[in-house]
Design a binder for this molecule. Structure first.
Ligand code: ACO
Length: 430
């Protein structure tokens, strides 16, 4: 027998609401008929208690610090998989067979080039433009080349569009960087695997061939896997919201990129390194900054700390922290901000404020230190996050398009503004 929850309203109405149980035993009260039957809506600013859909892609247990994609733990994927495999897993729901993997990887190699006309767009951006501003505009522009003539969503070419997006995003990202440093664009090379191809487009010089160190390639592969999906976070919800209007895949993903850019979301990785640098310059006075973060009158927050869902150590941050020491050691890099980061973490984790609010390091706390060690400049950190997150966005867009019950996203509100005011002629206003 299906479970229900009973809601008694102050006006005397009463309603039985179905309770939905997920495969990991998560419970949700289905309120979809609440307004139609009672005239009431629910109010949940920031959607901390609102499930916007059911999904088979990613499971998070924020209390226990668990993250699984299609049932496979993030630790297992990080230790054993390639980013291309994880992308396939997220989008198509299973790990690819040898044949599926070969075909998918081959297609990714063959679709890295962008339309030659798009290259000229880069000339119109100021050289000080943030690469995220360029990348989002470029991904939206892919609709003009590869979308349907009407610009509408279509599943007819879904697989090819997904491949184009995963492949070309690297080229667009690398070109954005080359533009910002005034260096010539390096075209993709189809013989190279996913991460090597991107690193070569970033760092090759006409006068000197770039040969990626396997440590660097492995570190990038790991970071892309760790960022590949995170269920209904702000940028993924944005992709779903825009996609729910039947906007095409490129347009929907471009909107996700802009949501990710914000400093409270993916933009935090850049902010973390800036913050650590600032603390180092200020004599590595960790106590002072922990005190500032605790002070409710001070807007300063410890960037890379806290998470809406995790009330435990973010499992991705655990993997990155472990990788951080190894990568820096293997590359022979000594980065003093790593010391500041470790001291800051140690101090914060033993502090009552952080303990009570359950604020732990998130994925962005240590990722920037690895990006720096492998030669990625600070304002490209969120771009790398974006490349990693693209398969997750695509998987959610596809799941939503294939769900017959999907409706346009349109939350309601409780209006609390003026009522029944009158127009006052301009000359009479004081
Ligand atoms: N430093 C100090 N205090 C914090 C921090 C922090 N990093 N994060 C949260 N708090 C405090 C808040 O001040 C608040 O305290 P209060 O209840 O006394 O007012 C309490 O913890 C709850 O914080 P909220 O902002 O309400 O939590 P929310 O779930 O809305 O926000 C967020 C989560 C945005 C991640 C927040 O923790 C934050 O701003 N962290 C820093 C930015 C960051 O690292 N973002 C990346 C997140 S991971 C990602 O998006 C990929």
């Amino acid at each position: 027998m299906s479970e229900t929850a009973k809601l008694n309203l102050p006006d005397g109405q009463s309603i039985e609401l179905p309770v939905i149980t997920g495969t990991e035993n998560e419970k949700a009260i289905d309120i979809s008929q609440l307004r139609a039957k009672t005239g009431h809506i629910t109010l949940d600013p920031g959607y901390g208690n609102t499930g916007s859909c059911t999904s088979k892609i990613t499971f998070i247990d924020g209390e226990k610090g668990v993250l699984r994609h299609r049932g496979i733990s993030i630790e297992d994927l990080a230790a054993n998989a390639s980013f291309v495999e994880v992308a396939y897993l997220l989008i198509f729901g299973h790990l690819p067979t040898l044949e599926e993997h070969g075909r998918f990887a081959q297609e990714l190699r063959h679709h890295a080039l962008i339309h030659e006309d798009m290259k000229h767009f880069f000339d119109s951006f100021s050289s000080s433009a943030h690469p995220m501003a360029i990348l989002s505009a470029m991904v939206a522009s892919l609709s003009a080349y590869y979308g349907q003539a009407t610009g509408e969503a279509s599943m007819e070419n879904f697989e090819m569009d997904a491949i184009r997006l995963i492949s070309k995003i690297r080229t667009l990202a690398a070109f954005s960087y080359r533009k910002s440093i005034g260096k010539p664009f390096i075209y993709p090379k189809s013989a190279l695997p996913y991460c090597e191809n991107f690193l070569r487009m970033m760092f090759n010089m006409p006068e000197e061939d770039y040969i990626p160190d396997p440590e660097v390639t492995n570190a990038l592969n790991l970071l892309l896997i760790l960022h590949a999906d995170h269920e209904q976070n702000c940028s993924t919800s944005t992709v779903r919201s825009v996609g729910s209007t039947k906007a095409n895949l490129f347009a929907s993903v471009a909107s996700g990129i802009l949501a990710l850019w914000g400093p409270l979301h993916g933009g935090a990785n850049q902010q973390v390194v800036n913050m650590l640098e600032m603390i180092k310059e200020d004599g590595s006075n960790v106590d002072k900054y922990v005190a500032k973060a605790k002070d409710s009158k001070d807007p300063f927050r410890l960037m890379g700390f806290g998470h809406r869902v995790y009330k435990n150590y973010d499992p991705r941050a655990k993997v990155i922290k472990g990788a951080c020491d190894k990568v820096l050691e293997k590359l022979g890099v000594h980065d003093p901000v790593l010391e500041v980061a470790k001291r800051l973490e140690e101090h914060a984790l033993s502090d009552d404020y952080f303990k009570e609010l359950k604020l732990f390091p998130n994925v962005d706390f240590y990722s920037g230190i690895i990006y720096r060690a492998i030669g990625i400049p600070t304002d490209m950190f969120t771009v790398i996050f974006t490349i990693g997150r693209v398969p997750g966005w695509i998987a959610h867009w596809k799941e939503m398009m294939e769900e017959p019950k999907t409706r346009i996203v349109r939350p309601r509100q409780v209006y609390n503004g003026d009522t029944n005011s009158k127009y006052i002629p301009r000359s009479d206003r004081s």
